[in-house]
Design a protein around this ligand. Structure first.
Ligand SMILES: NC(=O)c1ccc[n+]([C@@H]2O[C@H](COP(=O)([O-])OP(=O)(O)OC[C@H]3O[C@@H](n4cnc5c(N)ncnc54)[C@H](O)[C@@H]3O)[C@@H](O)[C@H]2O)c1
Length: 438
């Protein structure tokens, strides 16, 4: 008997409300929430969101089947989303949006009542992990175990108060100080013992992740810190049957890198160096001004080129790449980052060429649709019976989490194919291979 190429799977319908919880109610989270409210009220279009705007080809080109993704897969409707979050500084989403200054007051005015209604819960926050911030609205509890239990209570209260059928959590909190996984992260048992013993290696993002997974809530990590990228969280996600994804939203300069590097490689053009520097002046920039927090971001940003270019396979083209990433905190720019790239490439007979990029981007405008897509797709994955790492969502991440024993895929176009083919497969459609006949 041959195995069929595609399998139909049953996906529970998206009935009732979906609560989207964000640890961190800063620039990204408030821009995401404001955007969804504005779209719902008919004031905006969800530009940048694959789940809302992208079409997906089904079958042969000649069949002319090209529905919107949201018409093919049973996603939650924007009208059914409710929002909640935790923050040690912002008190609600309106205040956060005004402080961050990403959106104009004229846009905020139209939805100000609803935004103000998204009130931040007191955070599990530890200054040691984000030295540039002083948390004011912080849970004062004796142990990390108590903090985890308090977050689990918050999650259940939010679920009940808002009549949610399902919840998802997307980490939109500050980047934490750099950390390698250690013994306390090796197993669920070690982690729970560590929570009770107040182990210093357990960061706040891991406590949120633990609370989410224990509550059956899928978790996506928008920052480069570990959060669910540790063995104990994989173990918990499998045990509770919960999907996870990470890490670090792919926006700005890294998005450009994953667009351009695959193009250079596709044409077998060599790369000698790639110097990236940024100025940004938002709270994220202030946090990343601390070397310990910058190291977490730098590690996430540096991994991209090697995996795309495969220097082991193409030593003549990519074995001598100098890759440098700098971020400079420069308050006058606020959230409107400017990123410069100086790219030194070489072509036929080794002749050098240069590419310069000056990207005047808006970080949170690029990140907000990612939060929406991750929330909707993780909820879909949960209803499709998926658990553990959702590698098909690596499209959205700067440093995709790696399945055990495998290298992550960084090339945006391969990631897009993976995302779309996963959706096709779940809906009982053939994968599209773009071969001559298809
Ligand atoms: N903006 C982007 O394009 C982008 C891209 C990739 C990754 N990120 C990451 O997303 C995260 C959010 O970015 P942002 O621009 O909104 O930053 P932000 O500084 O505006 O917001 C982060 C918020 O998290 C809060 N916070 C810190 N520790 C917390 C804790 N333990 N619990 C709850 N809240 C906590 C802070 O008070 C702050 O309000 C950062 O880690 C950033 O590095 C952003």
């Amino acid at each position: 008997m041959t195995t069929p190429l595609v399998r139909d799977r049953s996906i529970n319908p998206a009935t009732g409300k979906l609560g989207v919880l964000t640890p961190g109610l800063g620039a990204v989270a408030s821009t995401f929430i404001a955007g969804v409210l504005a779209v719902r009220a008919g004031h905006a279009t969800p530009i940048g969101s694959i789940s809302q705007m992208a079409h997906i080809r089904l079958g042969d080109r000649s069949a002319g089947r090209n529905p919107l993704i949201r018409d093919l897969v049973p996603l939650a409707e924007l009208d059914d989303l409710v929002f909640g979050g935790w923050d040690p500084i912002s008190s609600n989403a309106l205040e956060a949006a005004r402080y961050c200054g990403v959106l104009d007051e004229s846009d905020l005015q139209l939805i100000s009542g609803e935004l103000e209604g998204v009130v931040a819960m007191d955070a599990v926050f530890d200054h040691r992990w984000v030295k540039r911030l002083d948390g004011q609205r912080v849970k004062q509890l004796p142990s990390k175990w108590d903090q985890a239990l308090a977050l689990i209570d918050d999650i259940e209260r939010f679920r009940t108060d808002n009549g949610c059928d399902r919840l998802v959590m997307v980490w939109c909190g500050s980047t934490e100080a750099y950390q390698e996984p250690s013994a306390v992260h090796a197993s669920l048992e070690a982690f729970e013992d560590g929570l009770k013993a107040n182990d210093t290696n357990i960061a706040p993002s891991q406590i949120y992740a633990y609370a989410a997974l224990q509550s059956g809530v899928p978790f996506a990590n928008g920052a480069p810190n570990l959060a669910v990228d540790i063995p104990c969280m994989g173990e918990l996600a499998r045990r509770r049957g919960v999907p996870i994804a990470g890490k670090d939203f792919k926006t700005g300069q890294t998005l450009m890198k994953t667009l351009i590097a695959p193009g250079l490689k596709a044409r077998m053009l060599g790369l000698r160096g790639w110097y990236s520097t940024n100025i940004l002046g938002n709270r994220d920039g202030e946090v990343l001004d601390d070397p310990e927090n910058f190291k977490t971001k730098e590690t996430s940003k540096l991994g991209v080129l090697d995996t795309i270019l495969q220097p082991d396979i193409y030593p003549d083209l990519y074995s001598e790449v100098d890759h440098v990433v700098r971020i400079n905190y420069y308050p006058p720019r606020g959230d409107n980052k400017e990123g410069w790239d100086a790219i030194d490439i070489f072509g036929w007979m080794g002749y050098p060429m240069e590419i310069k990029i000056d990207f005047l981007c808006r970080d949170s405008i690029l990140a907000a649709p990612i939060v929406l897509d991750l929330a909707l797709f993780l909820d879909l994955a949960a209803r499709a019976g998926e658990s553990d790492l959702q590698e098909w969502l690596s499209f959205y991440f700067k440093a995709p989490q790696e399945p055990e024993g495998l290298k992550a895929e960084h090339d945006l176009f391969i990631q897009q194919t993976k995302l779309k083919n996963t959706l096709r497969e779940w809906m009982g459609e053939e994968p599209v291979t773009h071969s001559e006949a298809g």
